[in-house]
Design a protein. Structure first.
Length: 352
């Protein structure tokens, strides 16, 4: 089991350290960890946010554990030298086309949600966001119109194969959960969305045990706040998924608790290759103070064991240890408590 660990910047190294301690405590067979530089630290050491050595390390690994990148000192740099390019470059190079973001309200934390506690308590959903297509990767530019003003444009495009592969992944995810899939689009206005809807509908024939519903994105945004408990798995394109997944995470409460997986098509000896990271960034405002909540990164390591190593039992053990620590009142600063990064790691380890 080869895991590449890329701690990155700010609180990245602080939170990945705790996740690595948890992985090491599990006695995984032939666990080998490699550490590589990404982000501002890589720029300072190698002149680039994603050095070749790091990329090679990721390609040779069975999975990647990623902390966070971003540093205010890099704000003036050209775009291709900025730390954030490291994560974009890894997603593109490794063909990570599916971003999975579970959002579940932990017992005892209903009050942290922006929603009413009884509504928040019902949240147990998974957003599957397409990550390699859509307006982010279509032709784009700025042109001069006849009247002299500038016009910016970004092309939204999806090929059938791109929709099909993310749809299959989402249907399989729904099979492993409550068997309900909502496909989110804007088919009443967009050609891309009509094709998306057609293809998802075709793929549904392979999964008679999953109930498929199509929903317009504006309605989905509303339902996520009105009645998030109605959702099991949501599948959607890159742009809509970007927005809805941030919205869903804040319905749960804290940014320090939410994990993510980015998966591609590469199969290893153990499972599907993937990159795992907390959804938060490098939090420069609290970096170096030992105040970051490492739970999101620890839960990302659990997702790694599930998806890249087929170790559902170990994944569930970690998730249960985190849930019990929270139920016992262990709270980081993001949850209004004062438990430090190491103390939260200890609390999870004790409960493993
Ligand atoms: P952020 O997520 O780093 O921080 C937002 C707020 O949440 C801050 O007040 C921070 O202290 C708090 N916070 C975040 N994670 C926390 C944790 N684990 N425990 C306790 N509190 C936590 O977002 P922000 O401030 O917008 O971005 C900071 C830098 O991170 C930027 O350079 C940005 O580009 C980068 N970033 C990187 C990402 C990645 O590596 N995938 C994702 C998002 C942002
Ligand atoms: Mg986002």
């Amino acid at each position: 089991m080869k895991i590449a660990v890329f701690p990155g910047d700010g609180i990245g190294p602080e939170v990945t350290r705790e996740a690595v301690r948890v992985l090491q405590a599990l006695d995984l067979p032939e666990l080998t960890l490699f550490e590589g530089d990404v982000g501002a630290i890589a720029y300072r050491r190698h002149g680039r946010p994603l050095p070749d050595e790091t990329l090679e390390m990721a390609r040779a690994a069975d999975a990647v554990l990623f902390g966070a990148v971003g540093d205010p000192s890099c704000d003036g740099l050209e775009r291709h030298l900025r730390p954030e390019q490291a994560i974009l470059g890894l997603r593109a190079d490794l063909g990570l086309f599916a971003n999975l973001r579970p959002a579940t309200t932990f017992a005892g934390l209903e009050g942290m949600s922006a929603l009413r506690p009884e509504i928040a308590a019902a949240i147990d959903l998974l957003i599957v966001r397409e990550l390699n297509g859509d307006v982010y990767f279509g032709d784009k530019g700025t042109r001069r119109l006849d009247d002299g003003q500038r016009q910016g444009w970004d092309m939204m495009a999806y090929a059938e194969d791109e929709v099909r592969r993310i749809a299959h992944l989402a249907f399989r995810a729904a099979q492993g959960r409550k068997g309900q899939l909502v496909s989110v689009d804007k088919a009443n206005v967009l050609e891309t969305s009509q094709l998306w809807r057609d293809v998802v509908g075709e793929v549904a024939a392979d999964y008679p045990d999953v109930a498929l519903e199509h929903m317009y994105v504006d309605n989905a945004a509303m339902q996520l706040v009105r009645d998030p408990g109605r959702f099991d798995v949501i599948v959607t394109g890159n742009l809509f998924g970007d927005i809805l997944s941030d919205q869903a995470s804040m319905c749960v409460g804290s940014i320090g608790l939410l994990a993510s997986a980015s998966l591609g098509q590469r199969e290893t000896a153990f499972g599907t290759f993937g990159l795992y990271e907390p959804i938060h960034g490098s939090a420069p405002d609290i970096a170096g103070q030992g105040r970051a909540n490492p739970m999101a990164t620890i839960l990302s390591a659990a997702m790694m064991l599930r998806h890249s190593f087929g170790r559902e039992d170990d994944a569930a053990r970690i998730e249960s240890a985190v849930a019990r620590a929270l139920a016992d009142g262990v709270r980081g600063g993001d949850l209004g408590g004062d438990a430090g990064t190491g103390a939260i790691g200890d609390a999870v380890l004790e409960r493993l």
